[in-house]
Design a protein around this ligand. Structure first.
Ligand SMILES: *Cc1c(COP(=O)(O)O)cnc(C)c1O
Ligand SMILES: [Zn+2]
Length: 414
């Protein structure tokens, strides 16, 4: 196994693989370090292709000495070719990675499966999280499957669908009167007081590794090739940067080649009502200015994103961008994806599709590019967002009533 140590992203100091997340020397964030030089790449590829239909087929590249037992399978979600969406946007080749097809219907199942597996290995019996919604559901479900107690902390104004779909698993739900950033601060304080594994606080380095599996899957599902461009939502910025890391690892192992034109180009997507990373990108800043969120895309509403500087660096280095779209554009993005692919995304998916559309309309995407756009959550989680956009024609149960509403055109055509 290639997993080596935890390493500070700022000063490079190394630490053992336990529950810690911040460098004692410089307070920089820690991440998992691997040594890929001794890996037999063709053996890894064979284990991937013959592995389970879940993220654990990539166990060689995850932070475990042996693949963990994981009772709720996650990942290997569909990568769907979206020709009708491409046509509507005047693009050549568009694929949708549909991560709504996970056990709790968002990409958060990936990060939680890895974090909880590590928490169990480290001997924790209680797991917890600070959540914008989807994480709470994933933690509650995976804790239930593993027989662990779960405490989930959420902003008090979260969507009802997400609260109920968390409580059903028996987790203790703590609704905090404040923003996600207030919830996160409380959890950071609590993590020093309790012997709990907070999946996105004290075991965050392992949690973050779960997002790499999105990158491995996209490459494998394209036949061990990389796309030219990825359009990806940004909350903390962790998933955005880890998809790039996954591609880099596959290139380093020689399992994929860089696209002929270079890249992949990384484009980040935020809601205008909470766009600290897009704002910093537009202004040429290296760090984000914290904001107070006000958007329907609550799952992306992090006002002080931990990985903002790394997301900015990736967008610039790869020739990409980070764009923001209004709530109205988000709803249009939801409808556009649903109408052209049959995939109904939550607000975060609407953000991503709206940014894809914006880039296409600005002529920023070449017609021969292969573009992958991420749908990270299920539309049924955020039904209120489209409540005003859906029209229902109500009639009496009589033929004349139908004809009055819809004319005779339908009857004549059949
Ligand atoms: C959490 C989340 C993201 C992105 O999370 P990062 O913090 O940027 O890694 C994207 N989409 C959905 C639906 C999410 O719940
Ligand atoms: Zn450091």
């Amino acid at each position: 196994m290639a997993v080596e140590a935890l390493r500070c992203k700022e000063c490079g100091e190394r630490y053992p693989l336990d529950a810690r997340y911040v460098c004692e020397r410089c307070f920089g964030p820690l991440e998992v370090e691997y040594d890929l030089s001794a890996i037999d790449a063709s053996a890894v590829r064979a284990r991937i292709e013959s592995g389970p239909a879940s993220i654990w087929r990539y166990a060689d590249l995850l932070p475990f000495a042996t693949p963990p037992a994981s009772p709720l399978p996650v990942g290997l979600t569909p990568l769907v070719r979206a020709d009708r969406l491409a046509e509507r946007l005047g693009l050549g080749e568009v694929w949708v990675k549909n991560d709504a097809a996970n056990p709790t219907h968002s990409f958060k199942d990936r990060v939680v499966a890895v974090a909880i597996a590590k928490a169990r290995e480290l001997g924790y019996s209680v797991v917890a999280c600070a959540s914008t919604g989807n994480l709470a559901q994933a933690v509650a479900a995976h804790a239930a499957a593993a027989g662990l107690d779960a405490y989930v902390f959420i902003p008090a104004d979260l969507e009802r669908e997400k609260v109920l779909a968390t409580g059903v698993y028996g987790a203790k739900i703590v609704a905090v009167e404040g923003t996600y950033d207030d919830v996160n601060r409380l959890c950071t304080e609590l993590s020093a007081e309790r012997e709990w594994a907070f999946v996105n606080v004290n075991v965050r380095p392992y949690y973050a590794e779960g997002s790499k599996t999105l990158g491995y899957e996209i490459a494998e599902q394209l036949g061990f090739e990389l796309p030219d461009r990825v359009v990806c939502p940004i909350a903390s910025g962790s998933m955005f940067t880890k998809i790039a890391r996954a591609f880099d690892e596959l290139v380093e192992l020689g399992l994929v080649a860089r696209p002929e034109r270079g890249g992949p180009i990384f484009c980040g997507a935020q809601a205008a009502g909470c766009a600290p990373v897009a704002e910093a990108f537009a202004n040429g800043w290296d760090v984000c200015r914290p904001v107070k969120p006000n958007t329907i895309a609550k799952s992306l509403a992090i006002g002080n994103p931990a990985d903002g500087p790394y997301a900015l660096e990736l967008a610039r280095r790869s020739g990409g961008t980070i764009e923001a779209v209004s709530d109205r554009e988000i709803v249009e993005g939801i409808e556009l994806l649903a109408e052209t692919t049959g995939i109904f995304p939550e607000t975060a998916g609407g953000v991503t599709v709206a940014v894809l559309r914006k880039l296409a309309e600005q002529g920023k995407i070449a017609p021969d590019e292969r573009v992958v756009v991420l749908n990270t959550g299920e539309g049924l989680k955020t039904l209120d967002a489209i409540a005003d956009a859906v029209e229902v024609v109500r009639i009496e149960p009589r033929l004349e009533a139908f004809d009055r509403a819809f004319g005779l055109a339908g009857a004549a055509a059949s």
